[in-house]
Design a protein around this ligand. Sequence first.
Ligand SMILES: [Zn+2]
Length: 105
Amino acid sequence: MDVVQIMSKELLKGAKMLGEHCEKCGTPLFEKDGEVYCPICKIKGNEKKTEYISKLNEGNRQEEILEDKINYLLERLKDENEVSRIIEIGKALEILLRVKELIEK
Ligand SMILES: [Zn+2]
């Protein structure tokens, strides 16, 4: 989307174009509901936020968590002598390993 498109979109939303310009990018500032903003920087700010969130959700992070848990369970398993607990841990491990496999694909 180019600047003109973004600005006309703001105008259509009922925003008012002001005589002042954005310090960062020089785009005319807009005002709506008492809020003065730069439509370009606003969009860029939002993009950064969603980018950050999607980074957090990326496979790497999930894999890290899974590996942590798998290691924890393996440690527990090592010291566990009660059959029912071993089965429980084994089941949990199986689930985690399956999820890990799904993520890695
Ligand atoms: Zn700006």
